[in-house]
Write a protein that binds this ligand. Structure first.
Ligand SMILES: Cc1cc2nc3c(=O)[nH]c(=O)nc-3n(C[C@H](O)[C@H](O)[C@H](O)COP(=O)(O)OP(=O)(O)OC[C@H]3O[C@@H](n4cnc5c(N)ncnc54)[C@H](O)[C@@H]3O)c2cc1C
Length: 407
């Protein structure tokens, strides 16, 4: 059916672009994307700076279990899963590979070539881009757009609108969260930082190893399953994928107290007994030499010296225990502006199966502004792409069902 409807998408991040792409596949839609920044997908490009981890090659059940609100996301992720994402990239001329940890990257690692090819496809399909245009308000049948170059406001009419404005982290890249003022507060779950660094009070002794990685370790919060990976010691505490994966458990632990303990197994390849034996046999050597021989590198040794009471250093039983279960006192999180992603946003029960807001006909939403959460590892972008495409399909389905926006 030829519909010729106007659809406005607010935000040219991965979710908004995926929505536009889906709509351009489904019908003769007049699609305009309003983006307040001078160019598209700045956070996506930033994500590519250290290697664009766009998805994860693992069993789909395991994949889905990584998310909060996994069952809600399931149909969308199953429709646009890791394999689909690799095929989609290939269709754009971007080959990808699966790393040893299962994470999927474009061969070139960067996001820019993928974004260029993607934008070209959207342009070729007639999608219109209005950069430096900030949406300042939405109404029942339209929106108010501020042209940031001319300094003028315009009223725009549209048949449907898709919010793809992102969450709150890295606001300098565009996701400033101002859209929250447009919606009834009852539809919003307050944002909190997810995948963010944690605060530890280090002594000045640790300064020389700030920025150094703790490699091949396990980390956990009391009562939770240890996770394997690495993290980085920074001047304010700890950063990196492994500490992000412990964020949720740390937050829960902190709900009852003002601090929480993160346990680190610095030698996951050795048992407590093996470490104990090695410590007992090497008693005549200097501590540094002995600890290095056991397998601790300079960063791990510095960390032990900082965290463990000096009185324990020559107590082999106690040291074997510290090496397997080093207790780090965490007393907070870095600000949401520094987080890789946010939890919270539009409550899922405020949306229908088409990702349309239940109380606003023809207003849809997708991407990180929705209240799902996931660790890093490609899960964030996968959900942004999958919900973006689902919102595009949702717009089409609602139009096909013939619900009238304008009376
Ligand atoms: C440093 C960093 C590294 C990351 N690395 C990875 C990674 O490797 N893998 C992964 O899966 N995820 C990664 N992420 C997360 C991922 O980039 C985000 O989850 C994703 O970009 C969110 O997509 P989105 O389209 O929902 O929102 P965004 O990418 O935030 O896009 C929203 C867009 O909406 C625009 N906008 C907002 N309000 C308005 C308005 N009023 N008017 C007009 N335009 C507006 C913004 O300018 C922005 O361009 C990383 C994030 C960061 C910060």
């Amino acid at each position: 059916m030829m519909l010729n409807k106007q659809v406005v998408i607010i935000g040219a991040g991965p979710a908004g672009l995926a929505c536009a792409e889906m709509l351009s596949e489904l019908g003769d839609y007049d699609i305009t994307i309003y983006e307040q920044k001078p160019s598209a997908a700045r956070k996506f490009l930033m994500a590519g700076k250290t290697g664009l981890n766009i998805s994860h090659a693992e069993d789909v059940e395991v994949f889905i279990s990584r998310y909060d609100h996994a069952e809600w996301l399931r149909p969308m992720i199953e429709t646009f899963n890791a394999q689909e994402i690799q095929a989609w990239m290939k269709g754009l001329g971007i080959e990808s590979y699966v790393g040893s940890s299962g994470r999927i990257f474009p061969n070139e690692m960067k996001a820019a070539p993928l974004l260029r090819a993607w934008l070209k496809r959207l342009h070729d399909r007639g999608v219109k881009f209005r950069y430096r245009h900030q949406v300042v308000a939405i109404q029942h049948q339209g929106l108010t757009v501020l042209d940031l170059v001319q300094g003028q406001q315009h009223q725009i009419q549209t048949d449907a609108m898709v919010l793809a404005c992102g969450a709150l982290s890295w606001p300098q890249l565009g996701s400033d969260g101002k859209w929250q003022n447009w919606l009834n507060s009852s539809t919003l779950q307050p944002f909190i930082a997810s995948n963010v660094g944690v605060l530890v009070n280090w002594s000045s002794y640790l300064q020389p190893i700030f920025g150094q990685p703790l490699k091949r370790i396990r980390a956990w919060v009391h009562g939770q399953t240890p996770q394997f990976g690495e993290m980085v010691i920074s001047h304010y505490g700890l950063e990196g994928g492994l500490v992000y994966r412990c964020n949720r458990d740390l937050r829960k632990a902190m709900q009852t107290q003002h601090s929480a303990v993160l346990y680190l197994d610095l030698l996951p390849d050795l048992s407590f007994e093996q470490i104990l034996q090695k410590l007992q046999h090497g008693k005549k050597q200097s501590l540094n030499t002995l600890w290095q021989k056991i397998g601790l590198d300079k960063t791990k040794i510095a960390l032990i010296r900082d965290v463990v009471d000096k009185a324990d250093w020559n107590e082999v039983q106690k040291m074997a225990h510290h090496m397997k279960q080093l207790a780090i006192q965490i007393h907070g999180f870095r600000p949401i502006e520094e987080a890789i992603s946010c939890a919270g946003g539009i409550r899922l029960n405020a949306l229908d199966q088409h990702l349309m807001l239940k109380n606003s006909l023809y207003l849809f939403a997708c991407g990180e502004m929705l209240d799902w959460d996931a660790p890093t590892g490609g899960y964030l972008l996968t959900a942004c792409l999958a919900t973006g495409r689902a919102a595009g399909a949702g717009v089409d389905q609602v139009f096909q069902q013939g619900i009238k926006l304008r009376n």
